[in-house]
Design a protein around this ligand. Structure first.
Ligand code: FES
Length: 88
């Protein structure tokens, strides 16, 4: 089954936050601009700041690699140093 241009356009308008009319594509764009947490996405577009039911969906989008800053430890960067234990 061929995907028509109209259908493709509709797919790109999947709403993540219905309170503010924020789409999945917009969340991905905010992530590409540096937002790596739902709170940072909220700062950029208010998504998640009303009823809050979309926060998990935003988190899932960010967790799917929409945030370019997330890299697995050991791939291109040294692992963070272990925390020192407090002196007794
Ligand atoms: S659906 Fe996003 S704040 Fe309500």
């Amino acid at each position: 089954m061929a995907v028509t241009g109209r259908f493709r356009r509709e797919v790109s308008r999947v709403y993540v936050c219905s309170c503010f009319g924020i789409t999945e594509q917009q969340v991905k764009q905010h992530a590409e601009s540096g937002a790596c947490t739902p709170r940072q996405v909220a700062s950029a577009c208010k998504a998640g700041t009303d009823c809050g039911s979309c926060v998990r969906r935003i988190q899932a989008i960010l967790g799917r690699g929409a945030c370019p800053r997330r890299e697995p430890i050991g791939q291109g960067r040294p692992a963070p140093a272990p925390l020192r234990e407090a002196a007794a």
